[in-house]
Design a protein around this ligand. Sequence first.
Ligand code: NAD
Ligand code: UFG
Length: 339
Amino acid sequence: MSVLVTGGAGYIGSHTAVELLDSGFDVVVVDNLCNSNRESLRRVEALTGKKLTFIEGDICDANWLDQVFASHNIDSVIHFAALKAVGESVSRPIDYYHNNVSGTLALLAAMNKAGVSKLVFSSSATVYGSSAKVPYREDQATGGTTNPYGSSKLIIENMLLDCAKANPALSVAMLRYFNPIGAHESGLIGEDPQGIPNNLMPFIAQVAVGKRSQLSVFGGDYNTPDGTCLRDYLHVVDLAVGHVQALDWVANNQGAKPFNLGTGNGTSVLEMIAAFEAASGVKIPYEIVPRREGDLEGFWADSRLAEQELGWKAKLSLERMMIDTWRWQHGNPNGYLPS
Ligand code: NAD
Ligand code: UFG
């Protein structure tokens, strides 16, 4: 069985490629490397002892995508390729809508031509918007997204629902990720943000290796037990395993359906710092600064639907997330670039 993985050289894609190869799938990765490094895939091959096919290119290029489908016998697609920086999306909306929405349209058209009808899509908890109640459930309304990145994910979900209505053969699992962190336990692959990290976990990890002097904690006056925001952090390997299970779901179901992938626990920023310090033995200097615009106070997942229908449940602890993050960052202080 061959799986086309768009964006497979990236953070979540590379971890998913490992789980796919370990589960016996043939893997074809397409990626334009706009936010990743070819080295991640070499390491995927090294740690699984298996080969994958890598084709460099842009999913917005419809003719090229047609050739990819024509020259490989693809059974299903996992679609990670997207631009994902929330702040950047506010200043570059055209790029974000073009890459994420038009790229997905091109992919859907190519799948249609090639007769491929099974798709797993990377969505996000951000589609619930600011008025949803915690824990988020899939039957709650979506909408009220506050930036072009989040809106692009919501537009794509709606496109996929429309396409599945029009084509009863289509089967799509829309996986709404909460906050993926951590790295493969080998320490060979992990998150490698370009420039200053936007997200909490890679920022903490870069402070720990001395690449940043201190962490700014965005807001200490939220209505939470310690005043800092709560998020549902899940291990990237648990998330990767969820994609393999979602492939099984799309093979046996029709229609487009959203699934939350999270642990169900809300952890504060200060608790994250303490957990990292305990796992690494490294002190993280921090300062509480004003709130970051657009941040929600706290959200976490109700993932019972994924448990019932995909047979998926997050297994790895917060301590494991921290130990694995530290092993990756300590062993690769410059990510995939040579030290
Ligand atoms: P990432 O940037 O590490 O990976 C995305 C990959 O897609 C990169 O390798 C990039 O080079 C590639 N790509 C982007 N545009 C492309 C294009 N037009 N053609 C070909 N390749 C292209 O990001 P990630 O964290 O692994 O995220 C994967 C997916 O999960 C994204 O769709 C993202 O929006 C979604 N998601 C991520 C998070 C998170 O916190 N990491 C949370 C929710 C959802
Ligand atoms: N935070 C800090 N300092 C930092 C970075 C983050 O205090 O330097 C705080 C944030 O204010 C927030 C928490 O840490 O309270 C988590 O922030 P992240 O940026 O790591 O994650 P978000 O929840 O803001 O957003 C992430 C992804 C989005 C996705 C969302 C839901 O970046 O793309 O999870 O899945 F939409």
